[in-house]
Design a protein around this ligand. Sequence first.
Ligand code: NAD
Ligand code: ZN
Length: 240
Amino acid sequence: MNLCTQKLLAAKSIVVLTGAGVSAESGVPTFRDAQTGLWERFRPEELATPAAFQDNPKLVWDWYTWRRELVSRAQPNLAHKALASMERVAPHFRLITQNVDDLHFRAGSQSILELHGSITRIRCSVCNLIEPEFDSNSSPPTCPRCSNYLRPDVVWFGESLSETVLSAAYEACSQADVFISIGTSTMVQPAASLPFMAKQYGAFTIEINPDDTPFSIAADVCLRQKAAAVLPALVSQTWT
Ligand code: NAD
Ligand code: ZN
């Protein structure tokens, strides 16, 4: 932790990548956790795809409605809050997230690169119109402009990420002095390449995850704890 503190204090640029593990302590399950209740028969990898939406739009829409409601009841935890504080005190800070919940935003983080979009935003599956108002009784509701189905504004497995967001993330990683990878299994590409890229460009890299990931072996420091336990201490010890 002392080495991390020194590196963080000396850094001109700090970049953080978060994954589903950061929201686990808010009660939002990761994809690796088993789904419970109504949805335990389904694997997320089989629902979060364009093919699943094409074959069974109602099933996919209903699953997202359930997840959106789960997220809206969840509260940001100490890890989200510590990252929002880090942004306020660190000289140059960039938060990149794979999460589609809005918990970083609700914790007070200002500039967030959402690699995989947001479950709270709805858009047309054909003309891309962002539609804040939709008929919650239809499953799925349709676009007021072109009548095609609305869908969550997230990146599904097999879809491309926004070029703009991805290049901003690459640029941030190439300039990072310290890069912290938190609560991600580092398996979903291209997000999984970011910690390696930061390392290659000379960043001091820290991983926060109770479990091993493919990045662990390359990280300069692995903190094998839960994000909400380690992040508040890291921030308060560094910027007192
Ligand atoms: P993942 O489910 O593949 O991996 C989660 C990682 O978090 C694991 O390595 C696990 O060991 C770690 N973890 C679990 N609890 C933790 C804790 N308390 N503190 C720190 N680490 C903890 O998640 P991923 O790597 O983000 O990638 C999977 C995809 O799932 C992403 O595309 C993401 O968009 C999507 N997803 C998002 C959410 C969300 O928005 N909250 C939830 C589930 C899945
Ligand atoms: Zn449309």
